[in-house]
Design a protein around this ligand. Structure first.
Ligand code: SF4
Ligand code: SF4
Length: 368
């Protein structure tokens, strides 16, 4: 297996000049962009839901813009695509600031749902992946560094899950409700892409209850790698996760997509850029409890979503996108049937009002 490169560069804020220089350094350190004149290059940011860049839910437009400029300098044709939660339509492009960078950078917007899909079969699972993401000459993966309620961390490997257009994402949550199952599904999707260029926006990350309603937290870094799981391994360590705690990274290693022994880390060190504290998901230790014990103690140890009725604007989006129809919506704040709920937190991802809260039992809080 060839050596894998991970480069960490400091980037204090989103001033265009700073971001440009950090992105350029990071890309050069991992071997540059393998682009020929005329190549179609798809930028795949994290456009989870229609939130403004300062909320740290989505990859910052300045990072996308800086990468687009590099691609153009190589003569590439730049496209930008993702498949956000639900059906937010054009709102995603304007709210996230992406519309503002399209004209100056010459980026072409791609709608993954409209671009068609290609069947992909692996481990007995069938996925319908965005054709635009498969048929480009190069896919550049642009994840955001965030915590995640289900998988604990969302980074470069998980960002490829957005290449599943439409309601497939929710359906897979239903079919693979546990973190162990869902993380394998995420690695399945990643396995069809294994992008060679991955650039993570960690200038302002998200801590606490990510990926949609945690707190923005300045880390001041951009990380690049020629391997998505190797990048995630470094990023997860920076924010304080234990070695091997992130299942998407562990499964990617077990399935032979990278070898931690072969990683060359350059630029700033993990110790230099690691914050003195970073809030990880409150219930992370519950995810490590053996399944049997969890099943026995499930009545006493739980964390689950609840609707905050004060913050809820009764839009109904969460109920419409709940993969197991555990939410009933009658014009007011939805009610959750916890006997049906699979704790996927898709409702949290889609709620633009931050009205889904994670509630924990008394014992779960004591164990956390
Ligand atoms: S919880 Fe959020 S998504 Fe659900 S109805 Fe209320 S505001 Fe809308
Ligand atoms: S209520 Fe929320 S967490 Fe529960 S299954 Fe539905 S979307 Fe998932």
């Amino acid at each position: 297996m060839t050596n894998t490169r991970v480069h960490i560069v400091r980037c204090g804020d989103y001033q265009p000049q700073l971001v440009r220089s950090a992105v350029r350094e990071a890309v050069e350190a991992i071997g540059g962009l393998p682009i020929k004149a005329g190549d179609k290059v798809l930028l795949k940011p994290n456009l989870l839901s229609p939130r403004p860049p300062e909320k740290a839910v989505t990859t910052h437009p300045q990072v996308v813009s800086a990468v687009a400029e590099l691609v153009r300098d190589c003569g590439g044709v730049v496209m930008l695509g993702d498949s956000p939660s639900g059906q937010p339509g054009d709102a995603i492009w304007s709210a996230t600031g992406m519309n503002d960078i399209l004209a100056p950078t010459g980026i072409k917007k791609v709608d993954f749902t409209a671009s068609g899909t290609v069947e992909f079969l692996t481990r007995g699972n069938v996925y319908y992946l965005a054709q635009a993401a498969l048929e480009c000459d190069l896919l550049i993966n642009l994840p955001k560094l965030k915590t995640h309620s289900l998988t604990m961390f969302t980074g470069a490997v998980k960002n490829l899950y957005g290449c599943l257009p439409g309601f497939q994402k929710g359906n897979w949550h239903r079919r693979a409700p546990k973190n162990e199952q869902f993380s394998q599904v995420v690695v399945d999707v990643f396995s069809r892409f294994t992008p060679r260029v991955n650039i993570m926006d960690g200038v302002v990350a998200m801590e606490g209850g990510g990926p949609a309603n945690g707190r923005p937290r300045k880390l001041g870094i951009i990380i690049a790698s020629d391997s998505a799981p190797a990048l995630d391994k470094a990023a997860a360590r920076i924010i304080g996760f234990d070695e091997d705690e992130i299942l998407t990274t562990r499964f990617a290693e077990q399935r032979g997509f990278f070898n931690p022994e072969n990683i060359t880390l350059t630029g700033a060190s993990i110790e230099e850029v690691a914050p003195s504290s970073f809030a990880l998901p409150q219930d992370r230790y519950l995810r490590m409890i053996p399944r049997l014990l969890h099943e026995v103690m499930g009545r006493f140890i739980w964390s689950r979503p609840e609707v905050n009725e004060t913050d809820c604007v009764a839009c109904g989006d969460c109920a419409q996108n709940c993969p197991v129809q555990a939410m009933s919506f009658n014009g007011g704040p939805p009610e959750i049937d916890h006997k049906i709920c699979i704790n996927c937190f898709c409702c949290d991802e889609i709620c633009s009002s931050g009205a889904i809260e994670k509630k924990m039992s008394w014992l779960a809080k004591r164990l956390a």
